[in-house]
Design a protein around this ligand. Structure first.
Ligand code: AHG
Ligand code: MN
Ligand code: MN
Length: 338
């Protein structure tokens, strides 16, 4: 094959060709990628860190009442330390922090806002199954003096970059700046991310679904109908058999869908009826939905395109249905018939 293209070169060429990645955004993406490299190294060490083992719980809870793992906190710190001094950001927000983190006065402030789920799939850390980091980049509203939480509350369609890094058999960074989806795998000998695919596309049809089936009795009617019809297979109304996968790391499930199609759902359910869903809108659903749309797929909450939802709070939750277009439209259509 011809020469390998590094993430740095890809971004420089994007900046040149499209002219729509300003240098600050390019720097931001490089810094996020560097942080992901460090998190990947920590993930790889596992129990070998001795007293500093990254496995196990940290003995604390986040704002959402979830027990924090050591790696949740380590990954959060790595992302903050890497990003706070470069001058490209005004503030950051994370699943693991109650409020926003404003870039300290001692550093210059930039015009971007970075949101992240530092470690997605926490329940898989201790059992050596794929986990990841998800990120979303927004711009500060124009003429805004002093950053606050309200500046983050922008619908997902206003993202200027989004991506994730999956720490699996390979460490792979997947990125969009609004011009399709590109994938880069970490070459550990070179120490850099290398382009492996430039124009990721999701087929509109699929025979594979991803949902936590143990929640079936709590689902709403449209979701139950859709899964019942998949399970009925060849003899049922769909006339074809379906396969099922559930990694319980959204990053890994979405990555599989970007690689070979499929539909992913974490819908609202009756366990906690007051919550819109389990997943978080701003740093899980929005970046993943934009990637999926950029690859030709679709993402809704059953009623509305996820990227059009106007957030009302930083840690807002949302019902998520995303992946192969025709299947997502089918489930969304079932909701409309209610
Ligand atoms: P996080 O580890 O960041 O809290 O996210 C976990 C999420 C998501 O990655 C995954 O799809 C889902 O939780 C799994 O939930 P269940 O354990 O309920 O299946
Ligand atoms: Mn997560
Ligand atoms: Mn997380």
């Amino acid at each position: 094959m011809s020469q390998k293209i590094s993430l740095t070169r890809y971004l420089v060429e994007q900046q040149r060709m499209e002219g729509h990645i300003p240098s600050q955004l390019r720097l931001l993406l490089e810094v996020v990628a560097r942080a992901c490299k460090r998190i990947s190294q920590a993930v790889n060490k596992g129990a070998l860190g001795g007293e500093n083992s990254i496995l196990g719980t940290a003995g604390s809870e986040n704002v959402q009442g979830e027990v924090q793992k050591k790696l949740d906190i380590i990954a959060n710190e790595v992302l903050i330390e890497a990003n706070e001094w470069g001058g490209h950001l005004a503030a950051m927000a994370s699943e693991e922090m109650d409020g926003i983190y404003v870039v300290p006065n001692r550093y210059p402030q930039g015009e971007y806002l970075l949101l992240f789920d530092p470690l997605d799939g926490s329940s898989n850390i201790d059992v050596n199954v794929s986990i990841g980091t998800i990120f979303s980049v927004l711009k500060m509203p124009e003429d805004d003096r002093g950053v606050d939480e309200g500046d983050f509350l922008q619908p997902g369609r206003q993202q200027v970059a989004a991506g994730y890094c999956v720490y699996g058999p390979q460490t792979t960074l997947v990125l969009t700046v609004g011009d399709g989806v590109a994938m880069f795998t970490l070459d550990r000998e070179q120490g850099s991310f290398v382009l492996i695919e430039e124009n990721v596309r999701i087929s509109p049809d699929t025979q594979e679904f991803a949902i936590n089936m143990s929640n079936m009795r709590h689902w709403d009617e449209p979701v139950r109908r859709y899964i019942d019809e998949c399970l009925a297979g060849q003899e049922g109304p769909r006339g074809k058999n379906f396969n099922m996968r559930w990694v319980a790391s959204m990053v890994a499930d979405v990555h599989r869908i970007l690689c070979r199609g499929g539909i992913f759902m974490y819908p609202w359910d009756k366990r906690e009826p007051d919550k819109a869903g389990k997943l978080r809108l701003m740093y899980e659903a929005n970046p993943m939905s934009w990637l999926i749309e950029q690859a030709g797929g679709a993402a809704t909450n059953g009623h509305q395109r996820i990227l059009d939802i106007q957030p009302t709070k930083l840690h807002e939750r949302v019902s998520v249905i995303l992946g192969s277009k025709n299947e997502v439209e089918r489930v969304t259509g079932y909701h409309a018939k209610l």
